[in-house]
Design a protein around this ligand. Structure first.
Ligand SMILES: [Zn+2]
Length: 140
């Protein structure tokens, strides 16, 4: 029996990075049916990873360490990631995601009649082109 609540940011990150054990992943998917907060977060993170995958395909000029970080997000799994590296991977994704969300919101404010999907893709492109956003996320 699961004693720890699966309703958490941490579980959502582990879920999108495929780090959960199968039974926990199934329990979490059931939880997503009734928890809007986790469902929304899981959706946004999954969409973020989809945009990263698309940008990596279309761009050659991404520095190798940034590319390696992105590939780690896209190819992570409970089998391939060492338990001691999980926290680092989750933290890296959390940093990237918050940097991306900040860019996205700033762009959305500045562009009139913005197409939200296009703005999201542009935010990811900027994030990949300026990886300082990933390593030194500014507070606030
Ligand atoms: Zn929840």
């Amino acid at each position: 029996m699961a004693s720890r609540s699966i309703c958490s940011k941490d579980t959502t990150y582990r879920y999108v990075l495929r780090l959960l054990a199968v039974d926990t992943a199934i329990a979490f998917e059931e939880h997503l049916q009734k928890c809007d907060k986790c469902a929304e977060r899981a959706y946004q993170l999954t969409d973020f990873l989809r945009l990263i995958r698309k940008s990596l395909r279309n761009r050659e000029s991404i520095d190798s360490s940034t590319r390696a970080t992105m590939e780690a997000f896209l190819h992570s799994s409970a089998e391939s990631v060492k338990p001691r590296d999980e926290e680092k991977l989750i933290q890296a994704l959390a940093n990237c995601f918050s940097g991306y969300e900040r860019l996205y919101r700033n762009l959305l404010r500045k562009v009139e009649n913005a197409d939200a999907d296009k703005i999201k893709q542009i935010a990811v492109e900027i994030m990949l082109a300026l990886p300082a956003h990933l390593h030194n996320p500014k507070k606030g």
